[in-house]
Design a binder for this molecule. Structure first.
Ligand SMILES: [Zn+2]
Length: 68
């Protein structure tokens, strides 16, 4: 059964593919790797979940997050 993967949340590409050895989804367009699951199926689920929540920016200065 083929799980439907939503487009890449970073570049919008439909070229996100489930990578079985790594158990995560990788975008062929920008190279983004989704969260690694315990199984490939879980990796796909995490990818779809992550893409529906606001993008997390690990490089954003802390002062911009939750500041008053
Ligand atoms: Zn991408």
């Amino acid at each position: 059964m083929q799980r439907t993967l939503i487009p890449c949340p970073f570049c919008g590409s439909q070229q996100a593919k489930l990578s079985y050895p790594q158990r995560c989804v990788k975008c062929a367009e920008c190279g983004t790797c989704g969260p690694t699951g315990e199984t490939a199926e879980q990796g796909a689920r995490l990818w779809n979940h992550r893409a529906t929540v606001p993008a997390y920016h690990p490089t954003a200065p802390l002062g911009l997050i939750g500041g008053h």
